[in-house]
Design a protein around this ligand. Structure first.
Ligand code: BGC
Length: 404
């Protein structure tokens, strides 16, 4: 992982400076030494020298629609996005829809009625926003599909996310490495159960498929066994990514297939909110004596504490501070009337890895040009280096706290 939140935060402060002085220079500043940007801001008559696309963006209104505060990461996303756009002199309306689809439609309708110039939307249900986004399109409001792809609409300008398939691959590969699996060695077998995400979230199948494709050969060879027999996405999905739902399902599985002390070696969970429920079920209902490998995603605080305490094995961390920086730069381009493409990755000076992908994400109305950032595996061994030394988290006693 190359990017540092410390730099992002320093950059945000500097950006406020730059915006106040009328200079809307690229947020590549997030990774630029503060002094360099500050002096640029001070010495530049931005109104006359900034490129037209940037000079016209001041005072614009950005509507940000997030799914829910109840899943930890979206609080971070909302807060980073708000800070970033405000630092560019935009006004921001930030809504959370309590994981209720109708509420999100209403929230977006209100943002459109409030005449926002740009919409950034992380969908609760990727299939339910076509109508409201048609309204946005008719009002000439560009839309960035944030983190989750919004389906069945041609109103989306860009998709900004992480490589979702890769997240699942990293989880699967972690299991292979940790158990030391070899395709031609059937001398030892292991039991695994899968817990995936919300079927309404387009990301959820990518995570699941990434993990399943990575582990499939070992399952087919009988090296990894699934005592519950539940191995399709539909069978292992978790409504709303909800911790309780994941816990209940795992309690049922443990009661039905492991009650005689059968060992569970791996609980492959697509993210941290589901891993939390699975960990709770294992703590109360698992009769086996060996601790299973438990995977996750996001770096939620409770899960990082579990990693430190040895109750969860890993999480796939996605630096949402960088996702916000990418969204900001693409959004500022759209607000300035340009059509960002691959070149923005260099021109904005992003110091984090990002791939511009115009092939993989088809939302059933066409391919949506996508900016995909790169996720990282975090375990107890590298947590300090990847999360704390980089400035994304601070240590609060024994456990990390996310910076917001
Ligand atoms: C995000 C994950 C998150 C999940 C539940 C997904 O769309 O990409 O990071 O864990 O939603 O909030």
């Amino acid at each position: 992982m190359k990017k540092f939140l410390a730099a992002v935060l320093a950059g945000t402060m500097v950006l406020s400076l730059a915006a106040c002085s009328g200079n809307s220079a690229s947020s590549g500043a997030a990774a630029t030494p503060a002094s360099a940007v500050a002096s640029e801001a001070a010495s530049t008559d931005a109104a006359s020298t900034a490129p037209a696309s940037e000079a016209t963006t001041g005072g614009k209104k950005v509507g940000i629609s997030m799914p829910t505060k109840s899943l930890e990461r979206w609080n971070r996303d909302g807060s980073y996005l708000e800070q970033q756009f405000k630092a560019k002199n935009c006004s921001v309306e930030l809504t959370y829809s309590d994981n209720k689809i109708d509420q999100q439609v209403k929230d977006i309708e209100n943002l459109i009625a409030d005449k926002v110039d740009l919409l950034v939307v992380a969908a609760i249900d990727g299939e339910s926003l076509s109508n409201v986004l048609n309204t946005a399109k008719s009002a000439n409001i560009p839309v960035i599909s944030y983190d989750r792809l919004i389906m069945n609409t041609d109103a989306i300008s860009y998709y900004v996310s992480f490589d979702n398939y890769k997240v699942g691959q990293l989880q699967g590969q972690y299991v292979i490495d940790k158990l030391g699996l070899k395709k031609d060695d059937k001398s030892k077998t292991y039991n695994i159960e899968f817990t995936a995400g919300d079927p309404a979230d387009n990301n959820a199948t990518f995570f699941f498929n990434g993990a399943m494709d990575t582990l499939k050969d070992y399952i087919d060879a009988g090296i990894l066994k699934i005592p519950s027999g539940q191995k399709t996405f539909q069978q292992v999905a978790t409504q709303s990514w909800d911790t309780k739902n994941a816990m209940n399902r795992m309690q049922n599985i443990l009661g039905s297939f492991y009650s005689n002390g059968t060992k569970l070696d791996v609980a492959l969970c697509s993210n941290d909110s589901t891993a939390l429920g699975v960990t709770q079920a294992i703590a109360t209902d698992y009769k086996g004596t060996t601790a299973p490998i438990i995977t996750g995603q996001d770096g939620d605080e409770a899960n990082l504490a579990n990693i430190i305490d040895g109750k969860q094995s890993m999480t796939v961390y996605k630096a949402v501070a960088n996702e916000a920086v990418a969204t900001l730069d693409i959004g500022m381009g759209l607000l300035g009337g340009t059509k960002p493409d691959e070149s923005i990755i260099k021109s904005a000076g992003w110091k984090f890895d990002c791939v511009y992908d115009t092939k993989s994400y088809d939302n059933k109305k066409g391919i949506v040009p996508s900016y995909l950032l790169v996720p990282t595996v975090v375990t107890s061994e590298n947590l300090q280096k990847e999360l704390v030394d980089t400035g994304y988290y601070t240590m609060d006693g024994k456990y990390p706290k996310a910076k917001k």
